[in-house]
Design a protein around this ligand. Structure first.
Ligand SMILES: [Zn+2]
Length: 312
């Protein structure tokens, strides 16, 4: 789309009370200028550990990709869907590479902040509302969905605990092994935050809906991360919950974070009629959210925008 068309679209959401956009793809200069012209913050949204779109990494570093408990690489055997190709957060060269990417973004004067997505492992268990779509019953952690058993992870865990995770009596029940996966993702995030903060820019992330669900489904202990704001994806229908659950999940996240860290409840527009959007916003704000975020801009109807403009 032309710069003029972007300005028109950004003006439309700004008028309804939206204060910033998280943007992936496109021309940064054109998009950021259009956003800034219309009074919006412009944050760059990137996929972090899911590197399906990274031809260079796939070509040059196939060993960076995570290994399932079956021994298969997510590069060659992506779980669930063809684009689920993930790199291992434990590996130092991976951390340096990703830090370089976020540092380059943060150094760009057009960009107000860096927004991390897919900053986690592949789902060891999918949200319950998606099981039927994939014809799965994930009542426990099955080996083909359980990552990462690469050499670097196995060696480091063995050095730290004396056990090879592949030889644990039941890897799904081992507390230290579970924490190892949480901690290695967190270590990566700490490095990314340092790289972005070095440029005096904020760094934020889209995370799973609550700290407990995030740990259980995707090895994401996000309430331990040193980020400037969190955007939990409180997509209620994925969890077979009603709209009021937006408040319940928001409250859990707010309680887990320090009081000065804002949480913007992430709402999923395809499952929210305009009146439900109003209800969801009200639940989120009553539960302590600093605001809301919406996935995604293209799904905002005029009716949605009218409801947004009417919410405080
Ligand atoms: Zn690994």
């Amino acid at each position: 789309m032309s710069a003029e068309e972007w300005r028109r679209r950004f003006a439309r959401v700004r008028a309804a009370g939206i204060e910033g956009v998280l943007v992936s793809g496109g021309d940064v200069e054109v998009l950021s200028r259009a956003a800034h012209d219309e009074g919006l913050e412009f944050h760059r949204w990137i996929w972090v550990l899911n590197r399906n779109g990274d031809a260079w990494a796939k070509e040059n570093h196939p060993e960076w990709f995570t290994i399932a408990r079956t021994g298969k690489s997510s590069l060659e055997y992506p779980p669930y869907v063809g684009y689920y190709k993930w790199v291992c957060p434990t590996r130092e060269p991976v951390r340096e590479y990703l830090s370089g990417i976020v540092s380059d973004l943060a150094s760009d004067p057009n960009i107000d902040g860096v927004h991390l997505d897919y900053i986690r492992h592949s789902d060891v268990i999918l949200p319950v509302g998606l099981w039927s779509k994939y014809e799965l019953v994930q009542d426990r952690e099955y080996p083909e969905f359980d990552f990462c058993y690469c050499e670097v992870c196995r060696e480091r865990f063995q050095r730290e605990t004396g056990s090879d995770p592949l030889k644990l009596p039941d890897p799904t029940q081992d507390v230290a092994w579970r924490e190892f996966r949480w901690n290695t993702v967190t270590e990566l995030v700490i490095g990314l935050a340092d790289s972005v903060h070095a440029h005096d820019k904020p760094i934020t992330a889209a995370v799973f809906p609550t700290p407990i669900i995030a740990r259980r489904l995707v090895r994401q202990a996000w309430d331990r991360w040193p980020l400037d704001a969190f955007f939990p994806m409180i997509y209620h229908e994925f969890y077979e919950e009603g709209v009021s659950w937006i408040g319940t999940a928001t409250a859990e996240g707010v309680a887990a974070l320090s009081p000065d860290t804002p949480l913007y409840s992430g709402l999923y527009l395809p499952t929210l009629q305009p009146d439900e959007l109003t209800e969801g916003i009200s639940h989120a704000l009553s539960a302590g959210a600093a605001g809301i975020s919406l996935f995604e801009m293209g799904g905002l109807t005029d009716d949605h925008l009218a409801r947004l403009a009417g919410s405080d």
